[in-house]
Design a protein around this ligand. Structure first.
Ligand SMILES: NC(=O)C1=CN([C@@H]2O[C@H](COP(=O)(O)OP(=O)(O)OC[C@H]3O[C@@H](n4cnc5c(N)ncnc54)[C@H](O)[C@@H]3O)[C@@H](O)[C@H]2O)C=CC1
Ligand SMILES: O=C([O-])CC(=O)C(=O)O
Length: 330
């Protein structure tokens, strides 16, 4: 058995938190050899509900679950945390863009970044799920300047998984047959799914699908607007699929990505593909031994480059808004 890993979930009583906690407790995130300790942070009004989730976690009799603490105190919630899943934030409703949530949610990440800086373990790795996820991750990172920047990620694995799933469904194969695709840019409808290097089985995506119009049109639109389609159908934003994507992201970070494949992550740019340094945009990446490396050297067609630039410009606008609101680097 490995040493226990302490994991903080913020917004633990919410829809995504409820789905996440049980997957983590069952070993779905860190594997069957790693015990977990959960720290569940909520706002005071939702602590009782989070306590109910903690009771259910106990009732799951999970052999790997060593300890559960529910609290409304960020200091206690991040104390000694090795991993943090920052979900606690308002979800958007029909008719809203994710960036409409910046004023409501951004301040949460400024406060929680400070709590991470002061209380988390030295090896803290944080994934922001709450929207607008990329800009909230930038706010979190700026509030914890002594923690290495590459430890702050925003969730774009859901966009990645959606793209994989659409391709697999179209080709009539399982999702596991699709590899080497990724999603550039912002977790918003300007995101840029990229199949230029993708494979389905041993064929290129373009050969396997043999429908350029679908790949360049409906496929891209479906992936980029899937969040709104789910809100429209469910009357609430994606929850179990978001939790599942967050689990995939953290599992790969800890245990490594699949041999011969890459996935999408968003972490502060180190200037790869001309994305400005520090900008938290989706890029292709591989994880080995707990470290990510961005896949470099991929050719970008001019039209794709323009769309990536537009999505990155949107991220820079969001950061400028956050700075104006006094929540970025405050
Ligand atoms: N990045 C992504 O791919 C996705 C992101 N999301 C985002 O995740 C967030 C959460 O979604 P749901 O769980 O469905 O919402 P929810 O409303 O069901 O749960 C959010 C929870 O966060 C709690 N919370 C609010 N402020 C908090 C704070 N300061 N500290 C701790 N907890 C706090 C609330 O009390 C609530 O229990 C939303 O912002 C949503 O837009 C949702 C789907 C995908
Ligand atoms: O669309 C939303 O507001 C929730 C979300 O981020 C997603 O489902 O991708």
């Amino acid at each position: 058995m490995n040493a226990p890993v302490r994991i903080t979930i913020t917004g633990a009583a919410g829809n995504i938190g409820y789905a996440l906690a049980f997957r983590i407790a069952s070993g779905g995130m860190l594997g069957a050899d790693t015990p977990v300790e959960l720290r569940m942070l909520e706002i005071p009004q939702a602590v009782r509900a989070a306590e109910g989730t903690a009771m259910e976690l106990l009732d799951g009799a999970f052999p790997l679950l060593r300890d559960v603490v529910v609290t409304d105190d960020a200091t206690a919630a991040f104390d000694g945390a090795n991993m943090a899943l920052l979900v606690g934030a308002m979800p958007r409703k029909a008719g809203m863009d994710r960036s409409d949530l910046l004023a409501a949610n951004g301040a949460i990440f400024n406060e929680q970044g400070k709590a991470i800086a002061e209380n988390a373990a030295d090896d803290i790795r944080a994934l922001v799920v709450g929207n607008p996820a990329n800009t909230n991750a930038a706010i979190l990172r700026a509030a914890a300047p002594d923690v290495p920047g590459e430890r702050f990620h925003a969730l774009m694995r859901l966009d990645h998984n959606r793209a994989v799933a659409q391709l697999a469904q179209r080709a009539g194969v399982s999702a596991g047959e699709v590899s080497r695709i990724h999603v550039w840019g912002n977790h918003s409808n300007t995101q840029v799914p990229d199949v230029a290097h993708g494979q389905i089985g041993t064929k290129s995506v373009r050969d396997a699908i043999a429908d350029e119009a679908w790949l360049d049109g409906e496929f891209v639109r479906t992936v980029a607007t899937r969040g709104a389609a789910i809100i429209d159908a469910r009357g609430a934003s994606s929850a179990a699929s978001a939790a599942s994507a967050a689990i995939d992201h953290m599992r790969d970070w800890a245990l490594g990505t699949r041999e011969g494949d890459w996935v999408t992550i968003a972490r502060p740019s180190q200037g790869e593909y001309g994305i400005p340094e520090g900008c938290i945009a989706g890029v292709p990446a591989i994880a080995r031994d707990g470290e990510w490396s961005v896949v470099t050297g991929l050719e970008l067609a001019p039209a794709l480059r323009q769309r990536i630039d537009a999505s990155v410009a949107e991220l820079q606008d969001e950061s400028a808004q956050a700075a104006q609101l006094g929540i970025l680097g405050a």
